[in-house]
Design a protein around this ligand. Structure first.
Ligand SMILES: Cc1cc2nc3c(=O)[nH]c(=O)nc-3n(C[C@H](O)[C@H](O)[C@H](O)COP(=O)(O)OP(=O)(O)OC[C@H]3O[C@@H](n4cnc5c(N)ncnc54)[C@H](O)[C@@H]3O)c2cc1C
Length: 420
């Protein structure tokens, strides 16, 4: 059995790695030409995603990945602020959280290594055809083609493969967009460092604005104490921030703006919407060249409408099927879990225990349920942020934030008095 994978992002490479481990013939075609030069900040992998990875890659690759990851359990509880930097409350203690954070590029490079020579770079898929003999043929921009018994579209939210299978787009824009960047902790002053702390946080403001600040430290808070195995791109404590605002309020042609101008436009937008200097400090001090713009796309939350095609010789996984806004931090984990399930099914087919169409159908049924749940979770935050920009939500938010900040300050004073 030969499997053709379109897209060497997280899901496609995880699938190829798993198939190779089982001796299945696989070829991945990725349009990027240099994996280390592709974007992205940190990826969160929960316990389920790590268990799926353990099925897909050899133990030494998983060990290097964990040695390059930052342990969520070693962070302090998350914190919530308002747009003026006033604390609104804290999240739960992280002690039992099995999740890890890893650079997107580090994860991608390690998966590419596991995918080995099955990966071809610089190949952009333009479409595919099914032959009368049951084979499927992918066509590429450079005129090349590739044949297989199964074609898997792992080509992300704007998937050529899934769009063709579904007969139209598989996601819609949510109306919220993000601008992300990274700020090494040593760029902050003592006050900024104390305020942010070794924890992640979310600042909420009025008019559909919010600022996520994630804490990544694959060195000081490594999951595995194995410095000789470390491959992380991030080499010191770093804040990964993501500003969110309604697409209509953003700069025009944001993708064409160089990083420094995109960062300045974001700061300007947030200031005009009432944000104070303290929460914006981490944005101002970021590495401006790395600042990037993202549209928050989301697939349907109805599993019956997800992957709406009959099971056959072409399928898709990951963001191609269940495009997920980054607000749940679960998109990559969901793609990895898809890959693990599809590998299990293909192994059954190869062993003669299942017919191919049944195996692909079982994979898709499982993916629909899990994918729709992840999209729904991510949309909760998106809808919450957008609700602060409605006719009712805007004045309510403006009234509620100072009250919440006052209550949090009072709680803090009572705790301090009780402590001593
Ligand atoms: C540049 C980038 C940065 C990201 N940064 C973050 C981040 O910081 N944090 C986070 O949580 N999530 C991030 N994501 C999203 C996250 O990586 C995905 O949600 C998750 O990995 C889903 O995996 P996937 O394999 O389905 O899609 P992706 O990882 O997006 O991979 C899809 C791959 O398909 C390739 N491709 C697309 N079209 C074609 C084609 N026609 N022919 C051949 N190849 C094609 C793309 O180049 C890409 O490598 C980012 C995604 C991208 C593309």
């Amino acid at each position: 059995m030969r499997v053709i994978v379109i897209g060497g992002g997280i899901g496609g490479l995880a699938l190829a790695a798993g198939l190779r481990r089982h001796g299945v013939d696989v070829a991945v075609h990725e349009r990027d030409t240099d994996l280390s030069a592709t974007g992205g900040y940190h990826i969160t992998l929960d316990g389920n995603a790590q268990a799926a990875l353990a099925e897909l890659v050899a133990p030494d690759v998983l060990e290097r990945l964990l040695a390059s990851a930052s342990a969520v359990r070693l962070r302090e509880p998350d914190v919530f602020w308002d747009h003026l930097g006033r604390e609104l409350g804290q999240g739960r203690v992280k002690g039992n959280d099995a999740s890890v954070d890893v650079d997107r590029i580090t994860l991608r490079l390690l998966l590419a290594e596991a995918a080995g020579d099955s990966l071809t770079l610089g190949r952009t898929c333009t479409g595919f055809e099914r032959g009368p003999d049951g084979t499927v043929t992918a066509a590429f921009q450079d005129g090349a083609s590739a044949d297989g018994d199964l074609l898997v579209g792992a080509d992300g939210a704007h998937s050529v493969v899934a769009r063709r299978l579904a007969g139209g787009p598989t996601h819609r824009a949510t109306g919220l967009v993000g601008v992300s960047g990274r700020t090494p902790a040593d760029r902050l002053d003592a006050d900024g460092l104390r305020r942010l702390g070794p924890r992640s946080g979310l600042a909420v403001g009025p008019y559909g604005t919010a600022l996520y600040v994630g804490f990544l430290d694959p060195v000081g808070r490594a999951v595995l104490d194995a410095p000789h195995l470390r491959a992380s791109v991030t080499t010191g404590p770093t804040y990964i921030w993501g500003a969110m605002f309604p697409e209509a309020a953003g700069p025009s042609a944001p993708r064409a703006l160089p990083g420094p101008r995109l960062r300045d436009a974001t700061l300007d937008l947030l200031r005009r919407r009432g944000w104070g200097p303290r929460p914006l400090d981490v944005v101002e001090r970021s590495e401006a060249e790395d600042v990037a713009y993202y549209r928050f796309n989301a697939a349907t939350t109805d599993p019956r409408r997800m992957a709406p095609w009959p099971a056959g010789t072409a399928t898709a996984l990951g963001d191609a099927v269940h495009a997920t806004p980054p607000t749940a931090g679960m998109g990559a984990g969901a793609a990895i879990r898809d890959a693990a399930r599809l590998v299990r099914e293909i192994v059954e087919v190869r062993a003669g225990r299942k017919a191919a169409a049944v195996a692909v159908g079982d994979f898709e049924a499982d993916m629909r349920e899990r994918g729709a749940a992840v999209v729904a979770l991510a949309l909760r935050t998106v809808h919450g942020v957008l609700a602060t920009d409605t006719r009712l939500g805007a004045p309510l938010t403006r009234a509620a934030l100072p009250l919440l900040a006052g209550a949090a300050a009072l709680r803090g004073r009572r705790t301090a008095a009780a402590d001593g």
